[in-house]
Design a protein around this ligand. Structure first.
Ligand code: ATP
Ligand code: MG
Ligand code: MG
Ligand code: MG
Length: 469
């Protein structure tokens, strides 16, 4: 059976054979790009090449790009543990053309790799196209011989890809695999498309526009190709699995988590092991790329993911600190292709251990409070904003951690109430400052704090700024 490491190699080699330069993954923190929280796709490092601002000495490239989707336009944090196909960290395999080939080559490349080199059953594949893209439809017909009912026209943004609020974009065609009627879910475009029966494996974007900050779109001078295929999704398929978390690599991490918590990987704790395995990857790779846990911006997103994982470890029955003990398994699985992981191993372990140590004492007490509050709620009830704020302010529970904990029980949080409690605390603090006779400084400080809290940075939630343990 081909491992994920083998499959990554097969993909890159295929495109190298077809004239593409193999380019390393860029870091998870995009360089000089405040519009983007984390690298969320393969095209990010080539953004300026598509728009013509920058040139490279190649016009075809292939990469395996580290991606994190835990904030901003692409946020899959709440899907982890609930779908078979989403991670916060995943690898996106891609091929790129910068003004070189376009649709009529990109589609045949993808079809050949999938059906010839990977040997996937063509009868299980179907595609979507942007509703007006007749050209893509006719190429699919010609190249793959797909019948009309397996070329689905979609009018929504699902088939018009955007990196974020600005940047290169364009219509796309997506390739789906039908895992069979035993799994719930309908084909793309149908009312139950969110199920996991039809899984999107590859997205081919026809880069031809640039979205500008003023809301308008301009045509780009050159037509380019940007594709992205999730390694874990194609891996599951090729390993005869339905679920990304059953691939060899994810399975090794799930087993490490089960071992560290002395539980059965497939027992009732399985959901916790899945979340832990996922969050281990995103937190470790973020730390390796220089993000440290903090109370704002990227660092707070990292802290939120870490603390979510730590609650899941607690739920799985962990008696000791868990996360840092899983790092060797991760380095063993992924360190060869991503040497930065091995280089940062000690830092990752130290950071995870420190955060877990600090969070553990308040985690236990916070969870006890949460249990008491939950006991008072009716079935399907809503936790009051004041309680959620107390968990946040006194016990260091990010709002999304509380939401995650409640969701397992079919409960939710009064988010508006939480926001209200937060701003009440802010104005109390402001009043206290004003009374201290340092009004001028205070005004400036609060002004800055407020602007920071509401900045347009993607995914910088309003809860990011203050009041953390
Ligand atoms: P989905 O609709 O399943 O959420 P997407 O349309 O958001 O996927 P794209 O932005 O098109 O995904 O990304 C390109 C490819 O990257 C997808 O076809 C998929 O194979 C993979 N991918 C996207 N998001 C994730 C994720 N959270 N975890 C694992 N793989 C992903
Ligand atoms: Mg998505
Ligand atoms: Mg999609
Ligand atoms: Mg897509």
């Amino acid at each position: 059976m081909a491992s994920l490491n083998d499959i990554r190699r097969t993909f890159l080699d295929y495109f190298v054979r077809n004239g593409h330069a193999e380019v390393d993954s860029s870091p998870l923190v995009p360089r000089n790009d405040p519009t983007l929280m984390f690298t969320n796709s393969g095209m990010v490092q080539f953004k300026n090449v598509f728009t013509g601002v920058e040139t490279r000495d190649y016009d075809r490239a292939t990469t395996s790009q580290k991606c994190v989707r835990a904030g901003g336009k692409h946020n899959d944090l709440d899907n982890v543990g609930y779908t078979a196909r989403h991670h916060t960290f995943f690898e996106m395999l891609g091929n790129f053309s910068f003004g070189d080939y376009f649709k009529s080559d990109a589609i045949p490349f993808a079809w050949e790799l999938l059906t010839r080199d990977f040997g996937i059953d063509r009868d299980r594949l179907l595609v979507t196209i942007y509703h007006t893209d007749d050209e893509a439809a006719s190429i699919w017909k010609k190249v793959a011989g797909l019948p009309d009912e397996r070329i689905i026209r979609i009018a929504s943004d699902d088939n018009f890809w955007r990196m974020g609020p600005t940047g290169p974009c364009g219509p796309c065609t997506e390739i789906f695999y039908d895992h069979g009627p035993q799994i719930a879910g309908g084909p793309p475009g149908s009312p139950d498309e969110d199920g996991d029966r039809f899984i999107e494996i590859w997205n081919l974007v026809f880069m031809q526009n640039e979205q500008l900050a003023d809301g308008t779109m301009r045509p780009l001078d050159m037509q380019s190709i940007d594709t992205g295929m999730g390694l874990e999704r194609i891996g599951a398929l090729l390993q005869g699995k339905h679920d990304n978390y059953d691939t060899d690599l994810m399975r090794a991490l799930i087993e490490a988590s089960a071992h560290a918590t002395s539980t059965d990987p497939d027992g009732p704790e399985n959901i916790h092991h899945r979340v832990i395995a996922d969050h281990l990857r995103s937190t470790s790779f973020l730390i390796a790329d220089g993000v440290m846990p903090s109370n704002e911006g990227r660092g707070y997103v990292l802290r939120r993911i870490m603390r979510r994982a730590m609650r899941h470890a607690h739920q799985a029955g962990a008696k000791d600190l868990v996360m840092h003990r899983l790092v060797p398994a991760l380095v063993q699985q992924m360190g060869q292709h991503y040497p930065e992981l091995g280089r940062a191993k000690a830092l990752i372990e130290e950071t995870l251990r420190g955060e877990e140590e600090r969070f553990r004492s308040t985690l236990d007490r916070g969870l006890r409070l949460l249990e008491e509050e939950v006991a008072k709620l009716p079935e399907g009830g809503t936790l009051g904003g004041d309680a959620a704020f107390k968990l946040y302010d006194t016990y260091g529970f990010p709002l999304d951690l509380t939401q995650d904990a409640l969701r397992e029980k079919g409960l939710s949080v009064d988010n508006d109430g939480f926001e209200a409690a937060m701003s009440e605390q802010k104005s109390r603090a402001r009043a206290a400052w004003a009374g201290s006779g340092e009004q001028a400084d205070a005004a400036i400080w609060f002004d800055l704090a407020e602007r920071h809290g509401t900045t347009e940075f993607l995914g910088y939630d309003t809860e990011t700024a203050e009041g953390q343990v």
